[in-house]
Structure formats: structure tokens, C-alpha cells
Design a protein. Structure first.
Lengths: 94, 371, 165
């Protein structure tokens, strides 16, 4: 969910863009990380663990914990919390 | 091979201050940060800073960051690389950086000096289902809310009543999100009492000697159970309480991010008062390696105000070690140290002061190997 | 419970900062609910009359010279801890005036009735907003009228969204 109004801050974004997540089209902004756009769209599960298939979500926001790794444009293990969202990106759980 | 006087790893408050100070001494500076933007934890601090008017007291952290970044853009001596991760510092003094999409480009730099200002990472807490989506580091929630305008959930349990827990809980309320409760494992609140008072005035309860026991849910949080603990941190039976929340924020301490310093073979020491392993350093923030300086949380967990001043000390002295002096070098060095001493001259900082003494290389002590 | 255990100042804490009835009777005066030695001094820097005395060490607790305090409230927006209030116990025969810092939405409007909350966030009365001062640093200063006996109790407000129509 995106914050509409805030007592201290004003949120200005550069450009609205579209990308796909699991084949579905979503909207985001070109000046935010991929994972932020997903959380804004109320998507909580970013991937599943290999053996036990535990759901993984956004955790540290500074690219240190590996919880946000996803496949982007076919490239696996992208740190989506520190990678800028781009127009037409294909984002998938891995 | 890129050559530069000083590489600064980390563009948070310490790194920003170090860059400006070093550049003002005519050093050439490369400032590297692995985030989308410069500013580190400073760009999400919407609360007004403490400290003295000299250190931006009363000004919101985001303003301070904006001003710093503006000055950096104006400086002709500072080159900035964002979305770039420093991956190693090698025996021949070469630094490797991965930048570009998913780090698909390698850059090699040979700096004369390196200032490591990599900050810290949030600690994890063991509880049932602690890996469930919806469990966030409190700092991460702060980033989502205050930088990207994204709300992580609607109802939150905050774990930890140190400054981060108290401040982020207040900021969640400002963003229109309900904080159902704050739990703190210790018997008393660790953060500033004024932060606690202002969150209590909003009707948010603080449970001390209490921790998070379990999170319920399959793919997301459906509820949580907190429980009181005794002085040995054991759960006290029959004191569980359930809350209907969809988000948990963990504010249970930070640990310095010191990998580069280990790899560069700096003398490291475990100091609980500084929250983990830190490099030994002298009074000018130089490590046991003559070419490497440190500043900010990587030197010991503290505050943004002290991070900025340590950055100034490191920047000033790294430049001076290259014979790049301002004629006011001595006055500035002394003034910075006086300001640090002032910030730390209270009961809350007794532990930090002790920790810093333990981390400081004694004069004439074993260190100083130049490469 | 003590303030480190609960976050709420106790009666004993408040005794240290609430001035005498003689001083309170003079008109609007500042009450600085700050009890911990932390490095912080913007309140003294913001006071135009020097009533909040300049700090020797930035970790000192604020000291108020009530002979100089005019109750102007400039310090309210300067405090990073939102710990400063101005109280006029004799605003009218039945009401006291309280000026407090407010950083939430919705910002109340002049004349609006809002909930008056105590230091634990509990509602104790309906109170009227008589002035809203929006400041450059976004810590707004809201003036409310409260029943006289709650002058030392109410320290926050809750504002309901105004529903149009």
C-alpha cells in the first residue's frame, strides 16, 4: 500500500512504469527498488526456500540478508531491495 | 586501474561527512555506496535530531542528508558511485567494486587511503516462524515508509524499546499505521525517555521484561504471541498475550558490518559495549593498517551525530596523512574530538566510552604496518 | 512504575518540573517534561527571552527562569523529544489553556472538538482547539482549552477525521 498523505514527508516520484511479476502486470516507479514496488502492491512472498519451501519476504532493505533474492529478466539471485525497478522488467520468484 | 587519493566505502552520515572534509583538504575522493541513493540511514530519519546546535540539533535527519548530498554534488573533488558494492581490498592495495545491474561490471581502484564507513546491520531474534514474510527489520520498515512511501502492513508489533524501536513506532503512527504494542526484553526501556513518553501519549503500550514468542501464519503473519520473561530470559508460563497484527518489526540491536576490515587483515577485537567485533583504532580513527580509517557504526554502534563527527575526523586525518592539510588542521581535529566527548558525556554513553577505550590502540602499542 | 519501566513520568518526576502555583498563576508558562541527561540543547537556543537558560554542558537538564518566561511557546516546536508544553491555568474561570506539539494527521482545525489524552494516551475529556500554529519544521503547535483540573494531566490530543456532508 502506498502512503497518500504524511505529516512530515511529501513523496515525489519521477515516472510511473509497468513491469511483470509472475506474469501479471504491475505498476511501480522508476526511482524505487523492485522489492519496494512489490511490497506496495501487497505482495509479501518474494521466493520460497529450496528444501522446505518456506516463504521468504522483504527483511533488511540494505542488500545484506538474501531474503529478497529473485529472478529478474532471467537473471537469478538479484537483490531486489537494492536494485532499481525498470520499465518492462520481468520479475519472478525463484 | 582507477587511481584516487581516498576511497570512502559507504555513503551514510559518516561517509558523507568524511567525503566533504577530505575534499575540502583537496584530496580526490571516490564515494561508493551500494544503495540506490546516498544518505544511508540518514535519509529516512524524519525526527528532529538531538545533540547541540552545532551538530544540527532540532533539524530533521532528512534535511541534514539533503544538505550533505547537495554539497557533495557541488564538489569537484568527489566522484560518487551508487548501486556499487565494494567486494574486496587486496594485499596490493587494490579495491574491487561491482556495479551495474546485479553487479555485472567490475571496477578496480587503487586508492592511497580507504575510509570504511559501512555502518551496521540489524540483528535477528529467534522465535517460532521468525522467517515469515511480514517480519521486518525496523530500519527496513523505516526505509520503506520514509523513503519510498510504502506501507508494510496495517497493524504492527514492535520488538525492542531502544531508540530505533521507539522512533520507528512513532513514525509508523505518523504514517497512519497502528502499533499495537512495543515489547522489550530488558526490565527497562533502553531508548531516550522522551521518545518513550511520546509513544505512550499516543496510547501505545510498552511491555518490559517481555518478548515475542511466536508468530502464526503460513505465507504471512496472522497473529503473534508475546510472553513475559524472567531475569534469565526464560518464558514465564501463563503470561502469554496474543495480538492481531500483520507485521512485526525487529529493533533488537545492530552489529557493525566489518567484513572488509577482516579481509584487509586489520586487528579486530570483540567489544560488547560497541556491539560486536570492531577494528582497533587510534584517536584519529586509523586502524592497525596505516592506509585504512573507519567512521560511524562500523567503529562501534552509536548515533548519527557521532557518526558524522567521526567521519570528519577520519576524512581530515586520512587527507593529512597524504600531506593534504588545511592550515587549521590542529584546531579542527581538536574541535571534532571535543564535540565527540561532549556528546558522550552522560550516563547513557558510559558503556560506549568504555568500549572506545578498549578499542583504542595505545600510543607506542603494536600496530602500524604500512604496505 | 518509574519512567524507565513505563515511559510515563511519575508524580515525583513531574514535581521536579512543574512550577509553584504562584508562578502558574501569572499567565502562560513553559513546562519542560525532560528528565534524562542526554546531549540536547535546542530549547535554550530557541528561547528569545533567555528563560530556558543557556546550557553549560549539552547533557544538562533544562533550567527555566520563570521571571523571564512569557509563555510564547517558541520552544515547543524546537524540542526534538516533543517534551515541552505551555500551560495557562487561569485562561478563564473554568478552563486552562495548553499549547502542545502535534505531528500527526489530520491537523485539527480552529474550533474543532478533539479528545484530550493523558500521558498514557487515555482519553480524559473532550477539548476544544482554539489555535493551530503550523511551523516551518512541521512540528505544529496546537492550543487547546481543557477543564482546569486537567491542566497537569492532558498532554496530547486525538483528532477524528472530519467527515464532510
Amino acid at each position: 500500500m502506498r502512503i497518500q498523505k504524511h505529516p512530515i514527508l511529501e513523496f515525489k516520484h519521477e515516472k510511473k512504469i509497468t513491469f511483470t511479476f509472475q506474469g501479471n502486470e504491475l505498476e511501480g516507479y522508476n526511482d524505487e527498488p523492485i522489492a519496494a514496488a512489490l511490497v506496495a502492491a501487497d505482495i509479501k512472498v518474494l521466493s520460497y526456500s529450496r528444501k522446505l519451501k518456506r516463504p521468504r519476504g522483504f527483511f533488511c532493505a540494505i542488500g545484506k540478508c538474501s531474503s529478497c533474492l529473485m529472478t529478474v529478466n532471467g537473471i537469478p539471485n538479484v537483490r531486489t531491495c537494492v536494485t532499481r525497478l525498470e520499465e518492462g522488467m520481468v520479475v519472478e520468484r525463484q | 586501474m582507477k587511481e584516487v587519493d581516498i576511497v570512502i566505502v559507504g555513503g551514510g552520515p559518516a561517509g558523507l561527512a568524511a567525503a566533504l572534509t577530505a575534499a575540502s583538504c583537496n584530496a580526490s575522493v571516490l564515494l561508493v555506496d551500494d544503495g540506490l541513493k546516498l544518505g544511508g540511514q540518514l535519509i529516512k530519519q524524519t525526527h528532529k535530531f538531538f545533540g547541540s546546535s552545532q551538530q544540527f540539533a532540532g533539524i530533521r535527519g532528512i534535511e541534514i542528508a539533503r544538505n550533505f548530498i547537495h554539497e557533495i554534488k557541488k564538489s569537484s573533488n568527489i566522484e560518487v558511485l551508487t548501486q556499487a558494492t565494494v567486494t574486496g581490498y587486496y594485499e596490493d592495495g587494490v579495491l574491487t567494486i561491482l556495479e551495474g545491474f546485479n553487479g555485472n561490471r567490475l571496477i578496480k581502484v587503487k586508492p592511497k587511503r580507504m575510509i570504511v564507513a559501512t555502518g551496521a546491520s540489524e540483528n535477528m531474534l529467534p522465535f517460532i516462524n521468525n522467517d515469515l514474510p511480514g517480519v521486518y527489520g525496523a530500519g527496513a520498515v523505516q526505509t520503506l515508509m520514509n523513503v519510498y512511501g510504502v506501507v508494510p502492513g496495517r497493524q504492527v508489533l514492535m520488538v525492542g524499546a531502544g531508540n530505533i524501536g521507539l522512533i520507528v513506532a512513532y513514525q509508523l503512527m505518523q504514517a497512519g499505521i497502528q502499533v499495537k504494542a512495543i515489547v522489550e526484553a530488558m526490565p527497562s526501556i533502553g531508548g531516550y525517555w522522551v521518545h518513550a513518553s511520546k509513544i505512550r501519549r499516543l496510547g501505545v503500550p510498552i511491555y518490559t521484561s517481555c518478548t515475542l514468542k511466536e508468530v502464526k501464519g503460513n505465507e504471512e503473519i496472522e497473529g503473534v504471541t508475546i510472553c513475559h520473561i524472567d531475569k534469565d530470559f526464560n518464558f514465564i508460563p501463563q503470561t502469554e498475550k496474543e495480538f492481531n497484527v500483520d507485521t512485526v518489526c525487529l529493533a533488537v540491536g545492530l552489529s557493525p558490518l566489518t567484513e572488509l576490515l577482516w579481509q584487509a587483515d586489520c586487528q579486530m577485537v570483540y567489544i560488547p559495549e560497541l556491539c560486536g567485533y570492531v577494528p582497533q583504532r587510534d584517536e584519529n580513527m586509523k586502524t592497525s593498517n596505516d592506509r585504512i580509517y573507519i567512521a560511524g557504526d562500523v567503529a562501534g554502534i552509536e548515533e548519527a551525530s557521532s557518526a558524522m563527527i567521526e567521519g570528519q575526523v577520519a576524512g581530515l586525518n586520512a587527507a593529512a596523512s597524504l600531506d593534504l592539510y588545511k592550515k587549521e588542521y590542529s584546531q579542527m581535529n581538536q574541535q571534532f574530538k571535543r564535540q565527540l566527548a561532549q556528546l558522550r558525556n552522560n550516563a547513557i554513553c558510559e558503556a560506549i566510552t568504555r568500549g572506545i577505550q578498549k578499542a583504542t590502540i595505545k600510543k607506542g602499542g603494536p600496530h602500524v604496518y604500512s604496505r | 512504575m518509574s519512567i524507565p519501566a513505563s515511559g510515563v513520568p511519575t508524580k515525583d518526576d513531574l514535581k521536579k518540573v512543574i512550577p509553584s502555583s504562584k508562578v502558574l498563576g501569572k499567565g502562560p508558562v513553559v513546562i519542560v517534561e525532560c528528565f534524562q541527561n542526554i546531549p540536547c540543547d535546542p530549547c535554550a537556543a530557541s528561547c528569545p527571552s533567555g528563560a530556558i537558560q543557556p546550557f553549560g554542558d549539552i547533557n544538562d537538564l533544562p533550567l527555566v527562569d520563570y521571571a523571564k518566561c512569557t509563555g510564547c511557546g517558541l520552544c515547543i516546536a524546537s524540542c526534538p523529544g516533543l517534551a515541552i508544553f505551555v500551560v495557562d491555568v487561569n485562561y478563564s474561570n473554568t478552563e486552562a489553556l495548553i499549547k502542545l506539539p502535534y505531528e500527526l494527521l489530520p491537523i485539527p482545525q480552529k474550533g474543532q472538538l478533539v479528545s484530550g489524552l493523558d500521558r498514557a494516551g487515555q482519553k480524559v475529556a473532550d477539548v476544544k482547539v482554539i489555535k493551530v500554529l503550523k511551523t516551518k519544521n512541521k512540528t505544529n503547535v496546537v492550543s487547546i482549552l481543557v477543564p482546569k483540573d486537567l491542566a497537569m494531566v492532558i498532554r496530547n490530543i486525538r483528532v477524528e477525521e472530519i467527515v464532510n456532508g
